[in-house]
Design a protein around this ligand. Sequence first.
Ligand SMILES: [Zn+2]
Length: 320
Amino acid sequence: MSATAGGVILRRLRDADGSMTLDRRHFLLSGAAAVLSGPVAAQADPIAGLVDQVSTDALVNVVHGLTRFPTRFTGHPNFPTVEGWMHDLMALQGDVTRFGFQMPSGKTRHNFILGDASDTRGVILIGAHYDSTSEDPLNNAPGANDNATGVAAMLEAYRILSGAGLNKSIVAVAFAGEEQGLFGSAALAEFARAEGWPIEMMVNLDMLGWRPPDPNAPMIVEYDMGNAVAGNDAASVAFGRLMANVAAQYTTLNTTHANIWSSDYMPFEAAGFPAMGLYDGGVASPRYGTSRDIAEVIDFDRLEQATRMVVAGVARYCGG
Ligand SMILES: [Zn+2]
């Protein structure tokens, strides 16, 4: 590599990374050209460049914002206020589609969608439910880990991936009605099937920030082993393995795998779409499903690592 090329790289790093990094790079550049190839090669990995954009502050802000509502129980008369907040947060990232559906009570509730779900290049749909429940759901259901964490990861992954120039359409969906029986996702999956949305993978994020007693406890990559439709299993398993690979490369997480179960990917799987998810094992927490599922005990490093995994996995799938 020529000295001129090195100069170009140096200026780019100064703009992107500030003076501390510049000094370090400058020190390296002052040595042999062979020394240069290491850091420059690392910098040139486009997936590393994307995962490093994951912002812990953004994740913290969304979790604290959602848990500021006393409850996000879908059946609560004030749920439309939660819907308005969710809509406005997503609208910071682009045009939001409101998707109405009926609860068994007859109440109309809404999912919110970012991105173009009919893009013929293919769609990666990243979903998370924003409703909550507890032992006292009409009064106190903070739903921090279940599932403000998933919503935070979804929005941060969408922010990064939708701006990355990938060869697929990235779509983010915030679901309501999950805790009563997957009503929001069931309605959208049926609509997507009827409309022929070209969904290549539904990535479901439900509980990502539990701090387990064993800090090395794995993040669970859930993929589709049977369930309602057999023909979509292979794509799900392949994507799950890809996610485990990128976890090893770009995160500090150990991973294991399990079947998909009891969350918003199920209706998509039943509609024939490939579907998988990430999950932290947090139903083992004594706080799960209670009014003690609060933001103060969320492991934001674990949530950040899970978000890095989503960004890296989707980017790798799209050929990044
Ligand atoms: Zn959940």
